[in-house]
Write a protein that binds this ligand. Sequence first.
Ligand code: ADP
Ligand code: ADP
Length: 224
Amino acid sequence: PPIISIRSLSKTYANGFKALDDVTFDIEEGEILALLGPNGAGKTTLISIICGMTNPSVGSVTVAGHDVVTEFRKTRGEIGLVPQELTTDMFETVFNTVSFSRGLNGKKANPALIDQILRDLSLFDKRNNALRELSGGMKRRVLIAKALSHEPRILFLDEPTAGVDVALRKDMWQLVERLRKTGVTIILTTHYIEEAQEIADRIGVIDKGRLLLVENKDALMRKL
Ligand code: ADP
Ligand code: ADP
C-alpha cells in the first residue's frame, strides 16, 4: 500500500482563499517525489496538511494507513520535517541538538543511533561543536539530522536549496541521493525544475492549488 494517500483534498483559508483544489494522488514508500510549482502554488499548504499542522477543508490524507486529522499522534511520528532555517539555540552542540530533537518526538535516548545519523550526514567530526561554529551547509545538514533523529519513514524537505549558492545546492542533491539508500521516503518542494529533474523519481506539478500532473520523471522529461 502507498505510504501516503491524498484524496479529493481541498483547503480554503479563513479569508476565503482556496489554496488547494481537489488534489488526489498516492506516494509510494521509498520514492523521492518533488512537488514543483511557483511561489503561492499551494506546496507548503499541502505539506502542512500531510504533517497534521493544518486541517483540510474537504477530503482526507492518510499516512501509513492513519488519518492525519483524527490519528495525528500516530502519523506525526512517521514524519520528519526539514524547515529552511535553524531556530534552535546556536550555543548548543550538534550532538545535543539532534539528540534533544529525538526526545521531543517521544523516543528513548539512543546515542549510538544519533552518532550514526551524524556519520551519514558527514557531521560526526562536528558533533561537539556549537551550532554557531558551523558553515551554512553544515547547519542545513543539522536540520536534516534533527528531522531523522526519531527514525521517521517519511522526510519532507521544504525548498531545500532556496537562496543557496551553486556549490551548496549540489551538496544537498548528493545528500538526498545518499539518503535514498536508507529507504526513507523523501518529498521535497521546489520551484527549480533542474532540482526536481536532478533528485526526484517522480514529479508533481502544482499551480494555483491544482495538481496539474504527477508523473515518473523520465516520462515527463520526454514530453517537455
Ligand atoms: P507555496 O508553498 O507553493 O508557495 P503556499 O501553500 O505557501 O504556497 O500558499 C498558497 C497560497 O495560499 C498563497 O497564495 C498564500 O498566500 C495563501 N495562504 C497561505 N497561508 C494562508 C493563510 N493562513 N491564510 C490565507 N492565505 C494563505
Ligand atoms: P562558510 O562558513 O563555509 O564560508 P557560509 O556560512 O558562509 O559558509 O555559507 C556558505 C554559502 O551558503 C554562502 O554562499 C551563504 O550565502 C550560503 N548560506 C549559508 N547559510 C544559508 C542559509 N541558511 N540559507 C541560504 N544560504 C545560506
